[in-house]
Design a protein around this ligand. Structure first.
Ligand code: G6P
Length: 437
């Protein structure tokens, strides 16, 4: 799609603390003719939405931009006019995330917002809401692009592509964070780095890391053996040297949960025992300081505190994607898209996290070739879990939901799965009408 007039962007979850980073990214995108940005949120988020609007307006004024910024609690008109709809909401807010991270701990399972049983609960709440958004777009504006950032991003995107007709592409900030971290470490421009990436969202690998076409994978693996900070939201973990040598690929930081579940679980349990709560509680504290900064009329740049959130670089990849789609600017971006034949061992209708060629027509996954046996089984099992989770979210079937959790490698047993499911359904009843008996 080549836009002649200005580009109209709608942000669902516009009151998010991430929105100013997105606005900053849009303001830097000199070639992208953004006409308007409409921040949409729910009535209970009205105050946060207004705070974000005022801060984003200051960013616009500082940049001397003519972008028209508005907010809406009723999204229908904005959706009807949109070229791009960015979805970045959290169904149930941080309170629901805290439950997602605590319930599994009761039964010896990892509590995390996107993987494991926590990601499962998040998906059950989020998928129906996202489908509702897509239904509105189907009737009001079927040509719009729905760019999904809402977690668990891979599953949410797969639900959209399986069950609706909207044009949707899923994003995650981890692949670009890995690329940019390598570029910074090697002091080369970002575009010099490319990753031979494959897998699922938050369960992916780079089997090759290239700088200006030179394979530097062994160098990067050596670097990973030394302690280093991965992403802000995952506790720093030492990769096992033998594991890195054996697998010979750069793992997504979320592999810590799959390869070191015992260590990650005990860290979470210790934090709970020490009264520190879970990551959701850390984020609530960061959110408080971020919104204090956003409310300050003198705040005219992004606060440093944003780097304490895990979503760094999310605006960079979002703007790259929108530029390629709106300006027909062909580039390769790691996104969450329909598998087709990219990973031959997964169903064609799966959503996978792979490099795709993006231009005005959309994103088409590159064929990655067969997955190595060292990680293929784990990826296939998690994809089975994801498929069952999407089905459970769409149907409200408790049986399907239980088999989904039983297939999640971060849930220790079928018995634990049954108990975790019961607690999730009970404590999220207000957000899970599809399971009401
Ligand atoms: C990572 C993931 C995101 C996730 C975020 C959580 O970057 O890619 O999908 O939402 O971290 O960060 P938070 O600060 O909310 O724990």
């Amino acid at each position: 799609m080549i836009k002649i007039s200005g580009v109209r962007i709608v942000v669902i979850g516009g009151g998010s603390s991430y929105t100013p980073e997105l606005m900053s990214g849009l303001l830097k995108a000199q070639d992208l003719p953004v006409e308007s940005v409409t921040l949409v949120d729910v009535p209970e988020g009205k105050e946060k939405l207004e705070t974000v609007r005022l801060f984003c307006q200051r960013l616009i004024d500082e940049a001397g931009s003519s972008i028209q910024l508005q907010t809406a609690l009723d999204r229908h008109e904005a959706l009807a006019q949109a070229d791009f709809v960015l979805s970045q909401f959290r169904a149930g807010g941080l309170e629901a995330r805290a439950r997602d991270e605590r319930i599994p701990l009761r039964y010896g399972a990892i509590g995390q917002e996107t993987v494991g049983a926590g990601g499962f609960a998040n998906a059950l709440r989020t998928i129906p809401v996202t489908i509702g958004l897509a239904r509105e777009l189907e009737s009001a504006n079927p040509d719009a692009w729905l760019i999904n950032f809402t977690n668990p991003s891979g599953m949410v995107t797969e639900a959209l592509l399986r069950h609706t007709r909207v044009r949707s592409i899923g994003l995650c900030n981890v692949p670009i964070t890995i690329e940019r971290t390598i570029a910074q470490a090697l002091q080369v421009p970002p575009e010099a780095v490319s990753l031979d990436f494959f897998g699922l969202n938050h369960l992916s690998f780079a089997r090759g890391v290239y700088v200006n076409g030179k394979n530097i994978t062994p160098l990067v693996l050596e670097f990973l053996k030394s302690p280093q900070t991965q992403v802000a939201n995952i506790p720093d973990q030492q990769w096992d040297r033998d594991v890195l040598d054996a697998v010979g690929m750069l793992p997504n930081p979320y592999l810590q949960y799959y390869w070191n579940p015992g260590e990650m679980l005990s860290r979470e349990q210790s934090a709970m025992a020490a009264g520190k709560g879970t990551r959701a509680n850390e984020v609530m504290a960061v959110e408080k300081s971020l919104f204090q900064a956003y409310q300050d009329p003198g705040q005219r740049t992004l606060p440093e505190a944003l780097m304490q959130r895990g979503g760094a670089y999310y605006s960079t990849v979002a703007v790259m994607l929108i530029e390629s789609l709106a300006l027909n600017r062909r580039r390769e971006i790691v996104v969450n898209v329909r598998n087709g034949h990219a990973l031959p061992e997964l169903p064609e209708s799966s959503v996978v996290e792979v490099p795709a060629v993006v231009d005005g027509r959309g994103a088409v996954a590159l064929e990655c070739g067969p997955m190595p046996a060292s990680v293929r089984g784990l990826i296939q099992q998690v994809k089975a879990y994801e498929e069952l989770t999407i089905e459970a979210a769409m149907t409200g079937s408790r049986k399907t939901a239980l088999t989904a959790l039983m297939n999640n490698p971060l849930v220790p047993s079928a018995g634990a799965a049954a108990k975790i499911l019961e607690d999730i359904l009970q404590e999220n009843a207000a957000f899970l009408p599809q399971f009401a008996v």
